[in-house]
Design a binder for this molecule. Structure first.
Ligand SMILES: Cc1cc2nc3c(=O)[nH]c(=O)nc-3n(C[C@H](O)[C@H](O)[C@H](O)COP(=O)(O)OP(=O)(O)OC[C@H]3O[C@@H](n4cnc5c(N)ncnc54)[C@H](O)[C@@H]3O)c2cc1C
Length: 447
């Protein structure tokens, strides 16, 4: 008899964990295939530290083939799912592709940048969802400071050294907090015209930073950001982006060459094409993570609306903490459906949240206890080291080196502006080599 085929689509927090659990539970009793566009799992919470030059990019990646025994990796992006035929079609990194059959399917495709219909944003802003964007931002910021330091024109210097981050959730807050430290360090070595200082603006339409988190975390983050010199503007957004700056909702025009778009995420549109019930774009599942009416299909992570058993009528939030634990339950339940172990409903209470603000600063509330300052910094870093599935020693070594040595500020030029479009979910914009026509003639750096 042939072995059951398990296909996992997406190797983020949810899909990677599902694969790991299944690899351990099923041993050689099932064929496990993991379909993902990259050969690594990306530990997203540390991405702002890559953009700020604290961590080397490979530190936040975990090799799929190196850490998932008995799992076959297929490089590619699912672009069609036939639930009746039980097949998934995908396109590979070189334009080739194929069709994978399954007996059990786990959808863990995560989320994509949320776009708002603001003129100029799709053209001149960059998102912050993956390594290419983090590397692009690191180079871009370094280049702006270098160009600013070389000019005698105060207007140009000010524009190049003004950085606008939209969205004060954990991503935008960490990008601005880490970014300010990074540019301050660069300017210490390359003084700007007339002693000018780099300027970072953090905007959000909400009345406070970290609007989705505990108010005590917001207060700590707000205080640290302002002490550091970040211009925090709540209840403010961008009304228009142009090649030379942004017009804010309060009417001010800010000259800048940098617009980082961190307004949040929406579930990957792949799940919307399945013709199954959705909840705000997320695929609705039952507490066992199964799609109603399709018991052979499971979904987890950001792309799935998983009922929150502690808060009836609500769904678990789109966080790494939940996605990671969803993955564990998805793995166990798929194995149970094959006669290995017993299935469980997803039930997990939030253990708190950590926001790394750079240096020794952080805002954290482990188990609901609010912390700030160096204690929060230590807890946050300890949490990340414990949560990372690999690379702990390397990450700790980078932190140690960053504490005692100056940051290496050079542009590597590996990622060009056109290859990191904001709208990564748009079919007309390629994710892989080849400049999309829409951006091909944009001058480098006009982001
Ligand atoms: C910069 C940043 C910082 C964050 N910081 C935190 C934090 O501090 N704490 C926290 O709790 N959460 C944080 N989050 C949110 C957290 O990372 C997400 O909630 C979590 O990654 C969701 O896990 P997931 O497995 O659903 O999706 P992901 O981790 O996004 O993984 C989805 C995977 O599916 C792949 N994929 C997508 N489409 C396809 C397709 N069509 N075919 C095949 N594969 C596909 C993707 O390439 C990816 O590998 C952060 C997010 C970002 C972007």
């Amino acid at each position: 008899m042939s072995r059951p085929r398990i296909l996992i689509v997406g190797a983020g927090f949810a899909g990677y964990r599902t694969a790991r659990v299944l690899s351990r539970l099923t041993r050689h009793k099932a064929d496990i295939t993991l379909l993902n566009p990259t050969d690594y799992f990306l530990y997203l919470p540390l991405l702002p530290q890559v953009a700020a030059g604290v961590l080397e990019p490979r530190r936040v990646t975990v090799s799929l083939t190196g850490t998932l025994p008995r799992v076959r990796m297929v490089l590619g992006e699912a672009d069609g799912i036939d639930l009746d035929a039980r097949t998934v079609h995908y396109t590979g990194p070189e334009g080739d592709g194929g069709t994978l059959g399954y007996d059990r399917l786990v959808l863990a495709v995560g989320s994509v940048n949320k776009l708002l219909p603001v003129p100029g944003v799709a053209e001149y802003a960059h998102g912050f969802r993956g390594l290419p964007e983090a590397l692009y931002l690191r180079d871009h910021v370094t280049r702006q400071v270098e160009l600013a330091a070389a000019t005698d024109d105060p207007k140009s210097c000010a524009a190049r050294c003004t950085f606008v981050v939209v969205g004060a959730g954990y991503t935008g807050t960490e990008v601005a907090a880490q970014g300010k430290l990074f540019t301050d360090a660069l300017v210490r070595k390359q003084p700007l015209y007339d002693g000018m200082r780099p300027r970072w603006l953090l905007l959000d339409v909400a009345p406070r930073v970290l609007p989705e988190l505990d108010e005590r975390l917001s207060r700590t983050a707000d205080r640290v950001l302002r002490q550091r010199g970040v211009d925090v503007r709540t209840q403010t957004s961008v009304e228009e982006a142009t090649p030379t700056g942004v017009r804010l909702s309060d009417g001010e025009f800010v000259d800048t060459r940098t617009l980082v778009w961190c307004v949040g995420v929406r579930p990957d549109p792949l799940v919307a094409g399945l013709d199954r019930p959705l909840e705000h774009g997320r695929l609705l599942v039952d507490p066992y993570l199964q799609v109603p009416g399709r018991p052979e299909v499971y979904a987890c992570g950001d792309a799935a609306a998983v009922p929150d058993l502690d808060r009836p009528g609500q769904y678990t939030p789109m966080t790494a903490q939940h996605a990671w634990r969803h993955g564990r339950i998805a793995g166990r339940n798929v194995a149970a459906s094959l006669g290995i172990g017993s299935r469980r409903a997803y039930h997990h209470r939030d253990l708190g949240f950590t926001v790394d603000l750079g240096g020794a600063k952080a805002a954290a509330n482990p188990l609901g206890v609010p912390l700030s300052g160096p204690v929060a910094g230590a807890v946050t870093r300890g949490y990340h080291l414990a949560a990372m599935p690999a690379n702990r020693v390397r990450v700790a070594a980078d932190w140690l080196l960053d504490a005692v040595l100056p940051r290496q500020a050079v542009q590597l030029g590996l990622v060009r502006s056109w290859s990191v479009p904001l709208d990564t979910a748009s079919p007309e914009l390629a994710r892989v080599p080849g400049a999309p026509a829409k951006h091909a003639d944009r001058p480098e750096g006009a982001s």
